[in-house]
Ligand binder design. Structure first.
Ligand code: DGJ
Length: 705
């Protein structure tokens, strides 16, 4: 007992107490405690009931069967059938400013594990395990997981599900005996199983409850679970899934898990998001462009699809610049033979039939209009109907001898083949070196069915080679920003965000659906990384129609863009685009640096969000009416996060055109404005206006000196 050492990691509102002796165990994760750490031992050491093993079995950072842990172990592997039940012993601890690096060894099994555990000032933990083979002969690894314990009071989960054009859907479920597990085997982060969940006390909500959020930073197959052990303890694990035989560690070789990010909030989901958002801003997002306002996009995809005509595209660019757009992007359809989605992926050469004068005149035109130029790529993919496939049929990621289903008519390139990797880099490098390209949209439009390289499973390696390819592009073209897209939101996670700058959240530009998708995404990501576009009034993915106000206000709260053909739009629509572009520019610094709040509503037909400046001097609040109001009167709008003692001028700055026609009177504060303290706004609130379904209203609050 006495040879155990207690370590404390402290964030702003969180403390981790880790006890390290022969093994390392987290004794406490949550509210900070000031005082003599040794109290933790007396207060937190467990009893040993009858009918179980005669010793207390800890949930260590690397649970092991050999130590009596009957739950899911951290490591599963073997060396030709031996060394399968290691018991790791701590041999060294480095206690740095931000965390702990704990070195463990099992000299009998010939294995070393380094557990890293850090806690930053935003209260975000990051942890990973690195396994090294220090024995003789190769070691086969089936699993290597990160493990974090949770308090017994955690009894409810918020998990994610989704699909193409329906990303980031959340659902609530109780956490009972048996626990919860999600697996993603789609070869990319996936729309279906976004690698995150939230666990908390009963009925946790946006403003209350103890919640613990988890995000596994990995863009491939993963498993995330939370076990309710038979003794009542809760244990969370997050790991990459390794396919059979995929990970073989030769002597001296090592393997690291993806980083697992986690945070505790004692005040519900909003505070959890504040921790993650600030961590993303400070430590995940590449820093090069941190101070650059995010340029407003015009993306050609839903405007012209594959129908590219340079003169027409230049007209689109001219119109875009007139509307205030700052970055013009040519999406899919510009390269050799790409007339539809059945052919040409892999042939990264300009289509000279479509672009007989090359790309230069368009890039120059766009730059002359004062906009950046951007271009779409889908580097990892190949169509069988392509020159690349005809020349290199052996570059397919596949298990030889088997057919595999296509996805969007395409296959995946085996990035572990050095020549294929080099070819892709050279093609990207060519375009980025030849033209003044400020941004690329990096797409990935299918799931990976047979990740085979030279007969062996290669799903994990494929993801690592993808990171390498992006990293090499970034290293040699540091001025190019990258958007991660995967049929919309199929590759959105913290590991890809370390090397990209923006996510395409969804191919669904329907403002109503976007409200839900964007809300789901907001739990782990700040608004500035979320691409959100104003689409055409007649939405392409749902066939719904929405007013420009609803579309504009919905796109406002992310990294805004427009995705349509401005040449064909009416003057009225164009004025609308111009208005929302202007509005976005006027508040984007606030939106992209402030604290985001999801505001509880009195009626579930509403969705309300706010962004409050870090210094609380101003805020914007968006009231979106998703469905018919349940009642004639919709209760009150209460705005958290303001300075309770400061006085604010409250003004409606955008509203539906028919706002006053649908009632006898709207609430007076919405027409004349009013002055209220932050405390009033938070505790008493303002009466909700009456809105038609699928409309929205924007409110601004400014502190009065
Ligand atoms: C899927 C993306 O999500 C779309 O935005 C678009 O880029 C298409 N691919 C192009 O093929």
């Amino acid at each position: 007992m006495t040879d155990k050492v207690l370590y404390s990691l402290t964030g702003n509102k969180t403390q981790l107490i880790v006890e390290v002796g022969e093994y390392a165990e987290i004794l406490h994760w949550g509210q900070p405690f000031n005082g003599d750490l040794s109290i933790a031992r007396h207060a937190l050491h467990r009893p040993v009931p009858y009918g179980r093993l005669d010793i207390d079995v800890p949930v260590t950072l690397t649970p092991e069967l050999g130590r009596g842990s009957f739950g899911s172990p951290a490591l599963e592997g073997h060396r030709a059938g031996q060394d399968w039940a290691p018991v790791m012993k701590v041999v060294k601890v480095d206690h740095g400013a931000l965390g702990l690096k704990i070195y463990c060894e099992d000299t009998l099994a010939g294995l070393e594990i380094i557990s890293e555990l850090y806690l930053d000032q935003h209260d975000v933990i990051k942890t990973r395990q690195t396994l090294r083979n220090i024995g003789q002969g190769a070691y086969q690894v089936a699993r290597l997981a990160n493990t974090l314990p949770l308090p017994g009071r955690v009894s409810e989960l918020m998990t994610y599900h989704g699909r193409w054009v329906y990303e980031f859907q959340t659902s609530r479920q109780s956490l009972t005996q048996g626990g919860y597990q999600q697996e993603n085997r789609r070869g990319r982060t996936s729309h279906e199983h976004y690698p995150a969940f939230v666990a908390g006390t009963a009925n946790f909500d946006e403003l209350s409850g103890d919640v613990f959020g988890f995000h596994l930073a990995w863009s491939g197959n993963h498993r995330m679970r939370i076990d309710v052990k038979a003794d009542g303890r809760r244990v969370m694990q997050g790991e990459a899934i390794y396919l059979p035989g995929e990970i073989e560690l030769s002597e001296g070789a090592s393997l690291s898990t993806p980083w697992l990010y986690a945070t505790h909030s004692g005040q519900g989901l909003n505070e959890m998001s504040h921790h993650f958002h600030e961590h993303v801003r400070a430590s995940i997002l590449p820093s090069e462009f941190a101070n650059k306002p995010r340029p407003i996009h015009l993306n050609t995809w839903e405007g012209i699809y594959f129908d590219h005509d340079p003169d027409y595209i230049m007209q689109m660019a001219t119109q875009s610049a007139q509307m205030g757009v700052e970055r013009f992007i040519i999406d899919d359809g510009w390269f050799k033979g790409r007339d539809g989605d059945k052919a040409a992926l892999g042939d990264w050469f300009l289509d000279e039939k479509k672009y007989p004068n090359g790309l230069e005149p368009i890039v120059n035109h766009v730059n002359d209009l004062g906009m950046e130029f951007g271009l779409w790529f889908e580097p990892e993919m190949i169509n069988k109907d392509s020159d690349l496939y005809r020349t290199h049929p052996d570059w397919l990621l596949e298990v030889k001898g088997y057919d595999q289903p296509t996805g969007r008519n395409q296959y995946v390139i085996d990035l572990s083949q050095p020549q294929a990797f080099e070819f892709l880099y050279q093609r990207l490098d060519h375009f980025l070196s030849t033209y003044n390209i400020g941004y690329i949209k990096w797409d990935m439009n299918r799931e990976v069915v047979q990740p085979g390289h030279e007969g062996r499973a290669s799903g994990h390696a494929q993801v690592e080679r993808y990171y390498e390819l992006v990293d090499r592009v970034r290293l040699n073209h540091p001025n190019v920003e990258i958007e991660s897209c995967s049929a919309g939101g199929g590759r959105i996670d913290y590991e890809v965000l370390k090397r990209t700058h923006r996510f395409w959240a969804s191919d669904n530009n329907d403002a109503l659906e976007r409200q839900t998708i964007q809300r789901g995404m907001s739990y782990f990501f700040p608004p500035e990384v979320m691409g959100s576009h104003i689409g055409a009034s007649h939405c392409h993915s749902t066939r719904r129609r929405h007013s420009i106000e609803f579309r504009g206000l919905t796109a406002l709260f992310g990294h805004m863009g427009i995705e349509l053909d401005p040449v064909r739009e009416s003057e009225e629509e164009k004025q609308g685009f111009e208005h929302y572009v202007e509005l976005h520019k006027s508040i984007r610094t606030l939106l992209h640096s402030g604290k985001s709040w999801r505001i509880p509503t009195d009626d579930t037909a509403h969705q309300i969000q706010a962004v409050v400046a870090q210094d609380q001097s101003q805020a914007v609040v968006l009231i979106a009416q998703l469905a018919m109001p349940t009642n004639a009167l919709s209760g009150h709008l209460r705005i958290p996060g303001l300075d309770p003692d400061a006085l604010y001028q409250v003004t409606v700055i955008d509203q539906p055109t028919n706002y006053h026609d649908i009632v006898n009177y709207q609430p007076p504060w919405t027409t004349d404005g009013c002055q209220l303290t932050g405390r009033w706004c938070q505790d008493i609130g303002l009466t909700m206006p009456v809105l038609d379904a699928e409309t929205a209203l924007l409110v601004k609050l400014e502190q009065i000196d």
